[in-house]
Design a protein around this ligand. Structure first.
Ligand code: ZN
Length: 293
């Protein structure tokens, strides 16, 4: 059996074909052009394969409420061509197979849980710190889902007293994404995260915000592990700083596991999203499927 995967990002779409065991047999990357240009390219990539189902992990916000009229739509993204776009419906009409949709970060979380280093966990949160900041969660084996999917990337934080950067979230200015995303680092420090010195003060700020995020998530969701992925996390000095600051914030209030085990980086070498889409397609097809709305 072959399964399709679509990792739909704001700058690129990664498409893949894989087996239920997580072996990727074909993969391509497309620029996120307007849907009218992109959709035929997606259709043509998958045309060579007989797929049992396709899993999609998309940028958002998404409407994931199955009772809503706009179920499967990308809603209020700043990317105009994709605003209020019926992603699920459009894919369903161009690919004639069952298609299952979740957020990009939920897909990464599921990829780590299914194929990565986190298979023994039933409650986990996956953060991506990159062009945007977002987090997906699985609790009791299911995606966390209420009115819609969580939007942990926009949680409000206490700003570091020495950080004078106003934040760049178009909705909330100095929310987590507005302070700690790749573009926020670039705007504050004048250079991209991978070009910043290890001792740059920016890392004090970013690690402070990510530690606050980890603390808040620990208080609210009590996960067994928090995974940090995305381009900004490729700086090896960052995770130890987050652990240190989480310890100070917690003040031994929550009984957390050893922080080296509790806060970890992703384990699938940037394939967690694609593999998560494969896992989503597979689980939704199988009788013991994981709930996905
Ligand atoms: Zn925000």
């Amino acid at each position: 059996m072959l399964l399709g995967a679509i990792e739909a990002g704001g700058t690129k779409f990664v498409l893949g074909v894989g087996t239920p065991a997580g072996e990727i047999i074909a993969k391509t990357t497309l620029k996120t052009e307007n849907p009218a240009v992109l959709l035929p390219k997606i259709e043509s990539f998958f045309a060579d394969y007989e797929l049992a189902a396709v899993g999609v992990g998309s940028f958002g916000p998404l409407d994931l409420n199955p009772n809503s009229k706009s179920y499967g739509f990308i809603t209020n993204t700043p990317k105009l061509a994709w605003q209020n776009f019926d992603l699920l419906g459009s894919l369903k009409s161009s690919l004639d197979v069952p298609i299952f949709l979740t957020t990009d970060v939920n897909a990464s979380c599921l990829g780590e849980k299914t194929f990565g280093a986190f298979q023994d966990y039933t409650s986990l949160v996956y953060f991506t710190i990159g062009t945007g900041v977002g987090a997906g969660g699985i609790q009791g084996g299911q995606f966390i889902q209420g009115l819609s999917h969580p939007e942990m990337g926009h949680m409000l934080l206490r700003q570091h007293p020495a950080d004078l950067y106003a934040g760049n979230c178009p909705f909330h200015q100095n929310c987590l994404e507005g302070l700690a995303s790749g573009p926020a680092i670039m705007a504050r420090a004048g250079r991209a995260s991978h070009l910043l010195a290890e001792a740059d003060q920016t890392w004090e700020f970013v690690s402070d915000y990510l530690a606050q995020a980890a603390f808040n998530v620990s208080l609210i969701l009590s996960p067994e592990v928090i995974i940090f992925g995305g381009g900004v996390m490729k700086q090896p000095q960052l995770l130890p700083k987050i652990r240190q600051k989480l310890m100070l914030l917690n003040q031994n209030y929550l009984s957390l596991p050893n922080l080296d085990d509790y806060l970890q980086t992703d384990s699938l070498a940037d394939l967690q999203g694609l593999l998560g889409c494969i896992a989503l397609a597979q689980q939704q097809l199988s009788p013991t499927k994981m709930a996905n709305r």
